[in-house]
Design a protein around this ligand. Structure first.
Ligand code: GUN
Ligand code: ZN
Length: 473
């Protein structure tokens, strides 16, 4: 068999569409949601970084050519649950080393920890070292794709792209634009700094699995002139992504109103210069009203809900139900180092908890049942980390599920990773609980130990719970 073919056999779950809200009982009751595709015994065939076949193992092997392939190249059998690799749509690689720094609130945390940490990235050797460790940590946690903030130093973005290319990971990233309201060592040269972005685009955008993302940090740290120039660049190259922060914290919202007195609201600061488009990711979007949410939906922009960050920094409770109701593309992300974990299972747990609290708070305040009390179901959660996040980033033709033709990023979740998980799920035993419950237990009890294997573009990067780079051959 050709060297680059690899076959995996075992249970597999992926999503063909967004699951129904009431899919809770699906697969327990035997009733099927067509959005959910589950194989108890799948065969997944990968070649040259892509999925070439996926199906029920015995049905596929009945094909004579598949039979021959399986004979020549026996599949690797997995005992856990295969899924598409997770996608983290909002994360800051230079903040890896300040994760879990006593938070208080956004602006204090930025000044006390974040800006000093980011200044160290003026040193390209430091950037290169952290980039390697960061991507290994993402893989250890099952995230095979990410949309990443670097620092304002162009060399920090180079370092990340270089490390991502070595691993053949799908990484979309950008240099942070910021030309005011931060320590001088972090400020760039405003409009002329965009020459750096143009050079980075030329070097990295569309190369292998890499993409460039225009990255104005947030409205307070860019002059109107710099935001305007970013809008011009986006207009000249509309296939670029754009990432920034929006309405995370009430003090920040007030500050933006002072800095941009002529703008209708925070969102309008971005809209007025053409920065809200269908490849825009607004991180947080907590303090928005229905009108602003509708404008985001109308532009096809997305909101990255970062629940561990929102809880850690006390930013507020994201109104996921309203955002969904108004048709916004939502993703779920870690926002490390504001977020307290790179583990997207932890993000699902926190998202569930935020949903619970949002409902309770809305109920207390309004005295009536609001549409907000819809804590995340496990189906929505795992859909979100895979196809949902891919759709929010307009990457659903590349990653997000394991249909033939898709990029072959596969993880194997282990529902027996801890004694308690094994006891709760009874995975692999006759009394195994229904799949929805297995998934919910993973999202409430799981951590990086539950990510048993990781395959990136068809190549194994983590096996038996160990990163392969931890164990040079
Ligand atoms: N707003 C502006 N910069 C940042 C950042 O680095 N992290 C978070 N969470 N919010 C921000
Ligand atoms: Zn962020």
């Amino acid at each position: 068999a050709p060297e680059s073919v690899s076959l995996l056999r075992g249970a597999l779950l992926h999503f063909l569409d967004e699951p129904l809200d009431d899919s809770q009982g699906t697969l327990a009751s035997g009733e099927r949601d067509p959005a959910i595709e589950y194989y108890a015994d799948a065969l997944l065939v990968m070649h040259a970084g892509k999925v070439v076949a996926l199906g029920d193992c015995s049905a596929l092997v009945a094909h004579s050519d598949m039979h021959e392939l399986v004979r020549l190249s026996p599949p690797h059998s997995v005992t856990g649950l295969m899924m598409p690799g997770f996608i983290d749509t909002h994360v800051h690689f230079p903040q890896l080393d300040i994760i879990a720094s006593y938070g208080h609130c956004l602006i204090d945390w930025l000044n006390t920890y974040t800006f000093p940490a980011e200044q160290r990235f003026a040193d390209p050797a430091h950037a290169a070292e952290v980039a390697e460790i960061f991507l290994d940590e993402l893989l250890r946690h099952g995230s095979t794709s990410a949309q990443v903030f670097a620092t304002s130093h162009a060399s920090s973005a180079d370092a990340l792209f270089r490390a991502a290319r070595t691993r053949d990971m799908r990484v979309h990233a950008g240099r942070v634009m910021m030309d005011r309201n931060a320590p001088p060592a972090l400020l760039d040269s405003g409009v002329t700094a965009l020459k750096d972005d143009e050079r980075l685009i030329a070097d990295w955008h569309g190369r292998d699995r890499l993409g460039y993302v225009l990255t104005p940090r947030f409205a307070p740290t860019s002059t109107p002139e710099q935001l305007e120039a970013a809008g011009q660049l986006l207009k000249s190259q509309p296939d670029l992504h754009l990432q920034t922060h929006l309405a995370e914290n009430l003090d920040e919202v007030k500050w933006v109103a002072e800095l941009f007195p002529e703008a209708r609201d925070y969102l309008a600061v971005y809209e007025d210069v053409g920065l809200s488009h269908e490849r825009t990711t607004f991180a947080h979007g907590i303090h928005l009203d229905d009108g602003m949410r509708q404008r985001i939906a109308d532009r096809g922009a997305s909101i990255a809900f970062c629940p561990t960050s929102n809880l850690f920094l006390g930013s507020g409770l994201f109104d996921r139900a309203s955002a969904r109701h108004q048709g916004i593309n939502i993703s779920i992300a870690t926002d490390v180092g504001g977020g307290s974990s790179l583990c997207q299972l932890e993000s699902l747990k926190a998202a569930y908890q935020v949903g619970q609290l949002h409902g309770a708070v809305a109920h207390d305040v309004a005295g009536l049942a609001s549409r907000a009390n819809q804590p995340l179901t496990p189906w929505q959660g795992f859909y979100q980390l895979t196809l949902g996040n891919a759709r929010a980033m307009r990457l659903e033709d590349k990653v997000g599920n394991l249909r033939p033709g898709m990029e072959a990023d596969v993880i194997v979740l282990d529902p027996t990773a801890t004694h308690l998980l094994a006891r709760r799920t009874r995975w692999g035993q006759p009394q195994q609980v229904p799949l929805g419950e297995v998934l919910f237990a993973l999202m409430m009890l799981g951590d990086d130990r539950a990510i048993r294997e990781v395959h990136v573009a068809g190549r194994c990067r983590k096996r038996h719970g160990m990163l392969l780079s931890d164990h040079p051959a």
